[in-house]
Write a new protein. Structure first.
Length: 323
């Protein structure tokens, strides 16, 4: 009989994680559905990403993907046949219902966060750099409040001259952040300059910051002419630790950017500095930032909906055969 017992789970994934199996009812009866098996392991992987980091995540991922088809071969064939013959592939894709073996495998969502380049490890997508950085500078909102300098921090702010990645502002000042995941280009400097000249900011003292992986000398020279502070970033992490390090370096000094300079000076003075790099943030993988309990509830809800939908398809097939 095709099933996964709590003892099978313990043997495959470790006794210390049996509580996740119990949360899916394996202590009461074995899992007889590959749909349930997949959702349960998605929760386990989420737990590993939050608690242990890359190595544990990938080990559990490989174990599941190597086990699911052998364990539930016949049921997977039946389920995918019913789905393809009733609603078809396109509808299955739209509804997120598995229609092939690949649909019961789990993709690696952990390692694609970064990409290796000649300049070193960079964020694959700028939106991830933005998410990490806006959390890293969240203290800007209150750091100078005792002096009457309370700031509001927003991302993806739409102004007349374009969309600003991160805007730190109050009634008198504004700091415009433009983010680039890779090597900075001269055009990026003109981009942040253009955004900083948006009419919505005309009554504020505007400072300009460009964050990128690397800055060449010609870019830094132009940045000085345009009064743009340049900040490079790097990533540090251990494959057995869930926390990543965002490290930044000040590549130039622009006297006009008084508030930002002060913020960076305070960081270098009071924060942790390694080989000239300021530890800006310790962060959990941004793809796994949801609390585990809410992720579990969401997966259980998805499972129930999938099972109800598959059962309705099976009922329709049986009704057709009976007629």
């Amino acid at each position: 009989m095709e099933q996964l017992s709590i003892y099978d789970f313990e043997k495959l994934y470790g006794k210390e994680h049996v509580s996740i199996a119990k949360a899916f009812g394996l202590d009461e009866k074995p899992a007889t559905s590959p749909l349930l098996y997949k959702k349960m392991i998605e929760v386990l992987l989420y737990h590993h990403a939050l608690r242990y980091g890359q190595n544990a995540y990938l080990e559990a991922l490989r174990t599941y993907n190597n086990d699911v088809y052998d364990r539930f071969k016949n049921k997977i064939h039946v389920l995918t046949f019913v789905v393809r013959e009733t609603i078809g592939v396109m509808t299955a894709i739209a509804k997120g219902i598995p229609f092939s073996l690949e649909g019961f495998c789990i993709k690696d969502e952990y390692t694609p966060l970064f990409k290796d380049t000649e300049s070193g490890k960079i964020f694959r997508y700028e939106q991830d750099l933005e998410k990490v950085l806006i959390e890293a500078i969240s203290d800007f909102a209150w750091a100078y409040s005792s002096e009457g300098q309370t700031f509001e921090i927003k991302n993806q702010v739409k102004l007349k001259n374009g969309g600003i990645d991160i805007l730190v502002s109050n009634k008198n000042r504004a700091i415009v952040f433009e983010l680039k995941k890779g090597v900075a280009k001269r055009k990026d400097l003109f981009q942040v300059l253009d955004y900083s000249n948006s009419p919505e900011l005309k009554n504020k003292k505007v400072e300009r910051v460009l964050v990128a992986k690397k800055f060449d000398d010609d870019v830094l020279g132009l940045a000085g002419d345009l009064s743009v502070s340049c900040i490079s970033y790097s990533i540090g992490y251990n494959h057995s630790d869930p926390y990543f390090l965002l490290l930044v370096s000040r590549e130039n000094q622009v006297e006009a950017n008084e508030m930002f300079n002060r913020y960076m000076d305070d960081g270098y003075k009071w924060g942790d500095v390694f080989d000239g790099q300021l530890l800006f943030s310790e962060f959990i993988h941004p793809y796994f930032s949801e609390p585990l309990n809410s992720f579990y509830i969401r997966k259980v809800d998805e499972l129930n909906k999938e099972i109800d939908f598959i059962n309705s398809l099976i009922d329709s097939v049986l009704a057709t055969l009976n007629n």
